[in-house]
Write a protein that binds this ligand. Sequence first.
Ligand code: SAM
Length: 182
Amino acid sequence: MPLKETTPALRQLKGRHNLVGAEIGIYRGANAGFYLKELDIKLVSLIDPYVGYGNYSPVKVGLKHFEEAEKLAHEKLRNYERRIMWVKKKSSEAVKFIDDNSLDFIYIDGNHSHDSVAEDVTLYYPKLKMGGLLAGHDYDIETVRKAVDDFVIAQNLYLHKENGAGMAGKYDWWVWKEKRNG
Ligand SMILES: C[S@@+](CC[C@H](N)C(=O)[O-])C[C@H]1O[C@@H](n2cnc3c(N)ncnc32)[C@H](O)[C@@H]1O
């Protein structure tokens, strides 16, 4: 389902200022277009290798599909360029260039396989400032849910979830970084 508005997790950041964050998995930039308009974002790293993955491998959909998506994302977000850092890498590579305790939010919507989501939450959680938001899309997908649930239990965090009005059938999940886990 295409998004119609800023997702429930990122809406939690309304009222906060000068936010610095990252999104994993940008595709055509629909989600970024909403939160860049609605939130007070100072800088967001938009991380996507645009090379295909899983069921969307270049063999199945063609590399051109991802070249198109990248082009559309740049066109869609051109008014926000000064607040965007484009990072054309896999999330596991991009994370090496991000300092620990430096981000206000991270939104995960990249490769939805269990192992990729498990890797993303594990690698990116330390990058959050205390009180920062770790969130993602598609909690209704089993592989995502299992990876998120295991992480949340291991870290003893409180998991929030919401099925947003603009995202029929697509659940957001989120946790706040807490002191005892920092
Ligand atoms: C579901 S789409 C993202 C949609 C976007 N968040 C939105 O709502 O507008 C998934 C994207 O994740 C990207 N992706 C796949 N594996 C990735 C990885 N390891 N790191 C970063 N992005 C990845 C894909 O290229 C694809 O563009």
